[in-house]
Design a protein around this ligand. Structure first.
Ligand code: GDP
Ligand code: IMO
Ligand code: MG
Length: 434
C-alpha cells in the first residue's frame, strides 16, 4: 500500500551536485519506488546514512532502504559494468537488491567504445573542451538519437547483440583512429567475452519498467523520481554547449520512465545555498579567491564521480528563478546551509549586468552569460554551528533571514527541507507536501 507521500520529481536547480541524493534518501522512507530517468554514470550521488557513505552512479539512491523498489528507466544511458560494480558494493554492505531493482530493456547501453571516443573528442578540442566526466554519455545518447545504439533488452538476443556491437565497435574505431588520430585500446574478442558474462548477470534485472510503474500507480504506490545533473546542464535549456547530453528538467521524468504528466504531483528543486560547477562553461558568480577556497574546503566540493575540484561561488538567484520556471517547482530543498556558517558576510546575486544593461532573467544566449557581471546584496553571516538544529525555529535568526531572502528572490517557492549536514538526520522539515 501507499506510504502517504504524493508522487514527486527531484531535480537539481543549478549545475549538479546540489545534494539531490541526500534529499532522495531522506524522502525514500515515505515513498515506495525510486526511479532514475535520465543521465548515466556521469552522476555521482552521495548518501550518508547511519554513518555509512555510498556514492551511487546508476543505482537509484533509494536502495539503502531494504523494502523499496528501485528502477532504472528507459531514459538512462546504462553502463552495465558500473551498475554491476555498484550491485557488488551494495552486497558487501549487506544490502540485497534481488527482486527489487529493475532496469528498463529500452535503456541504451554505454559501451566501452563510447568512453574511448568521449575522451578522444575532448582531447582533440583542447582548451575548448567541455570537461565531460569521460563516462561516454554524449556518444551513447548520440547513438540513441542516430538510431544506431544497442539497448539493455538487446542482451536477451545474444547473436544480434554481438552483430550490433561489431558494427558499433568498427564505426567508433574508425572515427577514433582516423578522425581523432587517437589510440583505440580495445579488442573486439575481449569485449565479447566481457559482455558474455555481463549478460548472464544482467538478465534477471531486465524488465518492462513502464508497465511496472503503471501497476504501481494502480496500487496507489508513491513514486519518487531521481533527477541527475542540474537544470543548467540540460541539453536544451542549459549553458550549451557546456551541458550534458540529456534533458535534466522535470519534464523528462515522464519520457524517461514512461509515465504520464498527470502522475506527478510535486516537483522539488534541490538548491545548494551557494553555487558550484564541475567542468567548463560560464559561471557568473564564480569566486576565484579565498571565499571560493573556503566554500570548496568547508563544503568538500570535489566531484563524486571524477574527484575534480568543483568551481565555487555565491548563490545566484537569476539561475534559480529560471529553474523555478523550467521545472515548475512546487518546493525547494535548500542544502548545505552549514557550509555558510564560516562566513562573516554572505552574498546573494540578485541580477546581472551585461553590456551595461540589467538582466533579471537568465539569458538564453550562452555568450551573454559569459559576459554577465553579477550584482550582489550582502547579508550578515551567523557564524555559529548549526549542529543540533532540527527545526526551523532552532536555526539562528540570521540563517533564517538568509533563507527567507533567497526564497523571496525566487518567486517565494516554499521550502520543504533545509539541510544542515550530509547525514540523513541533519534535515529540517519546513513546509510539508500537500
Ligand atoms: P548530488 O549529485 O546532487 O546527489 O550531490 P553530490 O552527492 O554529488 O554532492 C553533494 C555533497 O554534499 C555530498 O558529499 C553530500 O554528502 C554533501 N551534502 C549534502 N547535503 C549536505 C548538507 O546539507 N551539508 C553538508 N555539509 N554536506 C551536504
Ligand atoms: P550529478 O547527478 C555535476 C557535467 C560535467 C561536464 C558536463 C558534461 O552528480 O549532479 P558529461 O559527462 O555528462 O558529458 O559531461 O556535465 N556533469 C555533472 N556535473 N554533477 C553531475 O551529476 C554531472 N554530470 C555531468 O562535469 O561539465
Ligand atoms: Mg553529484
Amino acid at each position: 500500500m501507499g506510504t502517504g507521500m504524493p508522487n514527486a520529481v527531484i531535480v537539481g536547480t543549478q549545475w549538479g551536485d546540489e545534494g539531490k541524493a541526500k534529499v532522495i534518501d531522506y524522502l525514500t522512507e515515505r515513498s515506495d519506488l525510486v526511479i532514475r530517468f535520465q543521465g548515466g554514470a556521469n552522476a555521482g550521488h552521495t548518501v550518508i546514512a547511519d554513518g555509512r557513505k555510498f556514492i551511487f552512479h546508476l543505482v537509484p539512491s533509494g536502495i539503502m532502504y531494504p523494502d523499496k523498489v528501485c528502477i532504472v528507466g528507459n531514459g538512462v544511458v546504462f553502463d552495465a559494468e558500473q551498475f554491476l560494480r555498484e550491485v557488488d558494493e551494495l552486497a558487501e554492505y549487506g544490502i540485497g537488491v534481488n527482486g527489487r531493482l529493475f532496469v528498463s530493456g529500452l535503456a541504451h547501453l554505454v559501451l566501452p567504445y563510447h568512453k574511448i571516443i568521449d575522451g578522444a573528442r575532448e582531447t582533440s578540442m583542447g582548451k575548448g573542451k567541455i570537461g565531460t566526466t569521460g563516462r561516454g554519455i554524449g556518444p551513447a545518447y548520440a547513438d540513441k538519437i542516430n538510431r544506431t545504439g544497442l539497448r539493455v533488452g538487446d542482451l536477451c538476443n545474444w547473436d544480434n547483440f554481438v552483430t550490433g556491437m561489431k558494427e558499433g565497435f568498427e564505426l567508433h574505431r574508425t572515427i577514433v583512429t582516423t578522425v581523432f588520430k587517437a589510440d583505440f585500446p580495445l579488442s573486439f574478442d575481449g569485449l565479447v567475452e566481457q559482455y558474455r558474462s555481463i549478460r548472464e548477470r544482467m538478465l534477471p534485472f531486465i524488465s518492462d519498467t513502464a508497465a511496472l510503474l503503471f501497476t504501481a500507480q494502480r496500487e496507489n504506490k508513491q513514486l519518487l523520481f531521481e533527477g541527475a545533473q542540474g537544470t543548467f546542464l540540460d541539453i536544451d535549456h542549459g549553458t550549451y554547449p557546456f551541458v550534458t547530453s540529456s534533458n535534466t528538467i522535470s519534464g523528462c521524468a515522464c519520457t524517461g520512465s514512461g509515465v504520464g504528466p498527470a502522475a506527478i504531483n510535486h516537483v522539488i528543486g534541490i538548491v545548494k545555498t551557494y553555487t558550484t560547477r564541475v567542468g567548463n562553461g560560464p559561471f557568473p558568480t564564480e569566486l576565484d579567491n579565498a571565499d571560493g577556497e573556503l566554500l570548496r574546503k568547508e563544503g568538500g566540493e570535489f566531484g563524486a564521480t571524477t574527484g575534480r575540484p568543483r568551481r565555487c561561488g555565491w548563490f545566484d538567484s537569476v539561475m534559480v528563478r529560471k529553474a523555478v520556471q523550467l521545472n515548475g517547482l512546487t518546493r525547494f530543498a535548500l542544502t548545505k546551509l552549514d557550509v555558510l556558517s564560516h562566513f562573516d558576510e554572505i552574498k546573494i546575486c540578485t541580477h546581472y549586468e551585461i553590456d551595461g544593461k540589467r538582466y533579471d532573467q537568465f539569458p538564453v544566449d550562452t555568450t551573454l552569460v559569459e559576459k554577465a557581471i553579477p550584482v550582489y546584496e550582502t547579508m550578515p553571516g551567523w557564524k555559529c554551528s548549526l549542529d543540533g538544529c532540527s527545526t526551523w525555529a532552532d536555526l539562528p535568526e540570521k540563517a533564517r533571514a538568509y533563507i527567507d531572502r533567497l526564497r523571496q528572490l525566487c518567486y517565494d517557492v516554499p521550502a520543504l527541507i533545509v539541510s544542515v549536514g550530509p547525514d540523513r538526520r541533519q534535515t529540517i522539515e519546513v513546509t510539508p507536501l500537500s
